[in-house]
Design a protein around this ligand. Structure first.
Ligand SMILES: C[S@@+](CC[C@H](N)C(=O)[O-])C[C@H]1O[C@@H](n2cnc3c(N)ncnc32)[C@H](O)[C@@H]1O
Length: 370
């Protein structure tokens, strides 16, 4: 009887070595960050939320870290090196130190950093001083003691390895986290003009994802300020058109500079006008309106902010097609809730609370009610 020989199985290519990275982000944005990670790195990318932490997650990723650095909703990406050592002093041993040097050099090469700095409790202790001297010698980088982001340095953090599962005690260890690049991911190259009250770029990127990125969308940014929402929308994907409107000449000047620095000057129309002034209203209705109305006393006053929020809802309704979406970022939550209760123009689809350095802005995603 003929015997069928088993087809020789093809040798599997060796798995690409994976590294662990920590993504930090603004509390409240975890779901949106996770969806961006799945889109950018694949839906099966292992992601682990750190217990008790609302601002970070761990991701396993093989290959080059560029895709991680390109994530727009994260504040910073760090490679995580875990060492089975009882105390930081042992990190300088020949067994572990070369891995730290390698990670720091790779990070520095990403954007030509010339310096590193430590962010650690007790980083001025003798142990960290010695580690710093050793690292400077091995990498050829300068140790920076200026903690401002403008100093531009590879940042190293140190912490006890977190216990991540209930599978029992794990050996004590220390993690060294080496941030990728000398500036956080949230610092955008396109932001050449600052503006009071400009929205954090990772929040803007999150709003844009929440609303959905469709190439056929006509997008309008009411009260656009320095153009953060418009720029992040267009960097996330093309749109049929993009218009930004602000009453302030300083805002339009800042938006013009930022849009140009992002390479989007040909794709964006910026108009200096009061949003209520019908002469600028588009002749073809918009599909998506983004708005970040004045808040607090920095860019408005409580007395006028309620009227500004009402005006955003009214004008957005007037310039959109039925079924259109409106995404509003506001710090004036009480005002926005009251204004929403009093309107029949828009229906709420989603609400995201964000925590940012003592501020608690909220994103409202609305759909036209008709
Ligand atoms: C919080 S800031 C927007 C910041 C912007 N998202 C950014 O990232 O730079 C609010 C803006 O609303 C503008 N504004 C206030 N009332 C307006 C109105 N009635 N029409 C047009 N713009 C208005 C202000 O000039 C200000 O630039």
């Amino acid at each position: 009887m003929p015997t069928r020989s088993a087809r020789p199985s093809r040798p599997r290519p060796p798995d690409r070595p994976t590294s662990t990275y920590e993504l930090t982000f603004l509390p409240g944005l975890a779901d949106i960050v996770q969806s961006e990670v799945a889109d950018a790195l694949g839906p099966r990318t292992p992601v682990l939320l750190l217990p008790g932490r609302e601002d970070s997650m761990l991701v396993r990723h093989g290959g080059r870290p560029d895709a991680l650095r390109a994530l727009r909703t994260v504040v910073a990406v760090s490679q995580v090196l875990s060492f089975p050592v009882p105390r930081p002093r042992s990190l300088s041993s020949g067994e572990y130190f070369p891995a730290i040097v390698d990670a720091v050099q790779r990070s520095a090469r990403l954007d030509g950093a010339r310096a590193f700095r430590f962010e650690a409790a007790g980083s001025d202790s003798l142990v960290f001083q010695r580690l710093g001297t050793q690292l400077a010698h091995a990498t050829g980088l300068r140790q920076e003691h200026d903690h401002s982001e403008d100093a531009g340095a590879v940042v190293l953090r140190f912490r006890r390895t977190p216990q991540l599962d209930a599978a029992g005690p794990r050996p004590d260890g220390w993690d060294v986290l080496v941030r990728l690049g000398s500036r956080p991911s949230s610092a955008r190259d396109w932001r050449v003009a600052d503006y009071p009250g400009a929205v954090n770029a990772t929040i803007a990127a999150a709003i844009v994802r929440l609303a959905g990125i469709r190439a056929e969308d006509r997008v309008v940014n009411l009260m656009c300020g320095s153009g953060t929402l418009l720029v992040e929308r267009l960097l996330a994907g093309p749109a049929a058109s993009a218009v930004g409107v602000d009453v302030s000449p300083e805002a339009i000047a800042a938006a013009t500079a930022n849009v140009a620095a992002a390479g989007l000057a040909a794709d964006v129309e910026l108009v200096r006008a009061d949003i209520a002034d019908e002469t600028w209203w588009p002749t073809v209705p918009a599909d998506l309106v983004l708005a970040d109305p004045p808040w607090g006393t920095l860019t408005g006053s409580h007395a006028t902010n309620e009227a500004a929020h009402q005006e955003v809802l009214r004008v957005a309704h007037a310039i959109t097609r039925p079924g259109a979406q409106l995404a509003v970022l506001t710090h004036e939550v009480t005002i926005m809730d009251r204004v929403l209760r009093g309107t029949a123009l828009w229906r709420e689809r989603a609400e995201v609370r964000v925590f940012q350095k003592g501020h608690h802005p909220r994103v409202y995603l609305l759909r036209r009610a008709d």
